[in-house]
Every structure is written in C-alpha cells, then in structure tokens.
Ligand binder design. Structure first.
Ligand code: COA
Length: 389
C-alpha cells in the first residue's frame, strides 16, 4: 500500500510594511478601482533593505520548526527567482541560520514562479522513498518591477515555508499531475538586471493557455472532472489572474458547485490581495489563505495550478487531512498582517531605492525599525551579514 505524503506544516512571513493600492493609484494618475478591482490588489508588501529572500525564508520557517523537526530535516529545497548569489544557494545560508544538521542536502531551485512547486513535487517523491525523512520546501521572493511601470501594482514579497512529510497534517498530495514546458519570453530577468522584463498581457494569455492544457491533461490522466473538486487555488501574481483562471473552467460545473468554487476562490485570494506578489510563494500563500478563510472539510479535494513564466505550468491535487488546522498558526498570521505599518508612496519610493547596492562595498544597514527575528545587518568583505535576535 502506498503511503500518504504531502504538506504537514505551513509558515508564512512578510515584512512589517505595506503600501495602500488606492494611494499608489492616485499617485500614478490611475482610478483606484483599476488597482482594487481591475488588478484585484488592496495592499502591497514593502520590503525594507534589512529583509531579503534568505531572512524572509528563515522568518517563515521559524514558525513551523521545533527542535524535533529540525533533527529530521533531510533536505532543504529553496524555490526563488530573486536569490542573492549566482553561485551559492540561498538554501545553504538558510540551513545555517536555522541551525539544521550538516547532514542536510540544501539546494536552490529556479524556474520563475514555478520553483516552489518543483520543490514540493521533488520533496514528495523523496519522502515516498524515505518515509521517515522531512523536507523543508521554501518559496521566497521579492517581486520588483520598477517604479512607475505597468507592473508596479503587481509587486510585493514574502516567504512560504512548508514541511513535506509522510502522514501529513494538512494535505495529502495525489501522485498524478500534469505539467507542460515551453520556451516562451513572457517574463524574464537577465543577470545584469534587478527588475524583471515582462510582457504582462502576453503572460496572462500564456498563463491561461497553460492552465487549459494541464487541466485537460490532468482530467485525461485521472478521469476526474470538475465535479470531483471542492476548491481550486492558483498562482496569483495579482488576484485577478486567478479569477480569470477560474472563470475559464467554471462553465464545466453545475450552478450550485459554481457558487462553492467561487466562494472558495474568494477565501483563497484574501491574504494575497493584502500582501501582493510573492512570485514562487504566491500559490502557497493562496492555499494558506484558503485554509485560513475557507469553509473546508476533511477529505475535500483541492486543485492547484502552478505557473512560472518562461514557461512551465503544472496542475496537481491533494486532499485535506483531519488535523489540517494544527498545521499552521492562524492567530500568529493574523497578527503578522494586522501589525504591519502603512508607508506613504514617498516612503515606499525611498525604501525601493535603498536596497543593498550592487557595487559590493561594505555597508551597514539601519536596523532601527526591523522587528523580525532574522534580518540582514549589511555587507562586509563582499559577504552578507545575517543576524538573529
Ligand atoms: N475599474 C475597474 N477595472 C478597471 C478600471 C477601473 N477604473 N480600469 C481598468 N480596469 C481593468 C481593466 O479592464 C483590466 O481588466 P481585465 O484584465 O479583466 O481586462 C485591468 O483593470 C487591468 O487593466 P490594464 O489596462 O490591462 O492594465 P495595465 O496595462 O496597467 O497592465 C498588467 C496590467 C497586469 C498586465 C500589468 O500590471 C503587468 O504587466 N503586471 C505583471 C504581470 C506579471 O508579472 N506576469 C507574469 C507572471 S504570471
């Protein structure tokens, strides 16, 4: 008999600053409803220079790691497209910061916003072969498009940390999945750039086409239909994107089920709407949002659509487990989001421009406002200086 493998715990971190999207719209000469309704974003995380993908991942992982768990972690799979080094993996910095055993594999995975899904699927396959092992899977990014660009409203940042294990508390993954890769230039970031290049409208179309393809392939593979699902979660670079995805398949459902799926989508976009884009963590923040705000029951089947520009898409599914509420700290997440401070557009622009420079010089960052457990204190001798309080 095959063992049950999937997501045992989920942690999430985003920094303590946000920008109001109605305010940004006004500053950019747009109607606020374009951002609030047309794009579907209310707030956007603002990332101070003292947080990067490594520290955000450490702050997310900290929520779910106990000493016993740490000892069992065999592998760290870190999905990111905004890593801090072209050679050394963010996963190695992270394993050190978290105090994991040196008998750990630690690797960084990159395929735009698909990286964390690659991590999740590779982790699940590993645990199927080594059922006593636990794998820490990370999706962490800073989504930066540039001031006054069309993509500015779809920025954000944060990290999702997941433990993949046998007999998981939250979600048992089903082993079938459908994936699709094509060489497409819809969004990319050459190594000499800090902001992505994107053809947003083209990317939206590729996303929807890939969803159609993998949803169709998944149905052929499994002989399941939309009637077998209780909710769908989507990669959400902005919440309207997932809404378009759901609309594409809703006509396949009976009217009553359409209402259930729409309500589940509203729950799944709630936290993303207030954080913005996490790139590769976005799908998993959306799943966490569904867990937190949705009306889920044990055994519910959830469909996941993962998309990474460039481009790769995957559709897979999992079933909600009896102890799913024990796998995340709902109160801590509510506090994390509620305690954030609003910054003005002028303050956001200053923070945007004050990221660690790319000239390699020694830098000491002002850490007065930083309250996170793990933070970046600066750079010395070309090395990032990470600290824990
Ligand atoms: N009230 C309500 N809705 C409004 C509105 C208003 N006053 N004004 C505009 N809108 C709607 C538009 O109708 C449109 O909706 P639709 O997409 O359902 O047709 C939406 O708001 C966006 O308007 P649009 O003119 O298309 O916006 P834009 O040219 O500024 O670009 C993106 C929007 C999303 C393409 C752009 O932000 C982008 O490129 N983001 C990056 C996306 C990305 O990273 N993709 C790759 C990863 S998947």
């Amino acid at each position: 008999m095959s063992i049950s493998v999937g997501i045992d715990k989920i942690g999430f971190y985003t920094p303590g600053l946000y920008l109001d999207m109605a305010e940004l719209a006004t500053a950019r000469g747009e109607d606020p409803n374009k951002y609030l309704i047309g794009i579907g974003q209310s707030r956007q995380a603002v990332i101070p220079p003292t947080q990067d993908t490594v520290t955000m991942a450490a702050n997310a992982a900290r929520q779910i790691l106990t000493p016993a768990f740490k000892a069992d972690i065999a592998m760290v799979l870190f999905g990111t497209e905004s890593g801090i080094d072209n050679s050394k993996a963010t996963a190695v910095y992270l394993a050190h910061l978290l105090g994991l055993s040196s008998q750990t594999r630690a690797i960084e995975l990159k395929q735009a916003c698909y990286g964390a899904t690659a991590g999740l699927q590779l982790a699940a396959d590993y645990v199927r072969v080594h059922p006593a092992a636990k794998v820490l899977v990370i999706g962490a990014d800073v989504a930066r498009y540039g001031l006054r660009t069309a993509g500015e409203v779809t920025q954000g940042g944060g990290a999702v940390a997941m433990i993949v294990a046998a007999n998981p508390q939250i979600l048992a993954l089903e082993s079938e999945s459908a994936y699709h890769t094509e060489d497409v230039m819809d969004f990319w970031r050459p190594t000499y750039r800090t902001e992505a290049l994107v053809d947003g409208k083209y990317s939206t179309n590729v996303y929807l086409d890939f969803f159609k393809t993998v949803w169709h392939d998944y149905q052929q593979q499994t002989h399941r239909t939309i009637a077998d699902f209780d909710a769908f979660v989507f990669h959400l670079p902005f919440t309207k994107m997932g809404r378009k995805g759901l609309r594409q398949i809703l006509p396949e459902a009976q009217p009553e089920q359409q209402e259930t799926l729409k309500a589940a989508f509203e729950a799944s976009q709630e936290d993303n709407r207030n954080v913005g884009n996490l790139y590769t963590g976005s799908l998993y923040l959306s799943f966490l949002s569904l867990l937190r705000h949705g009306q889920l029951a044990v055994g519910n089947r959830i469909g996941f659509f993962s998309y990474g520009s460039g481009a790769e898409g995957e559709f897979f599914s999992g079933r909600i487990q009896p102890d799913f509420r024990k796998g995340f700290d709902d109160a801590a997440l509510t506090r994390l989001l509620a305690q954030r401070q609003r910054v003005s557009v002028a303050e956001y622009e200053t923070i945007y421009r004050s990221q660690l420079s790319d000239d390699g010089r020694d830098t000491q960052l002002a850490i007065g406002e930083e309250t996170a457990s793990y933070y970046l204190a600066g750079r010395q001798n070309q090395q990032r200086q990470y600290r824990q309080r």
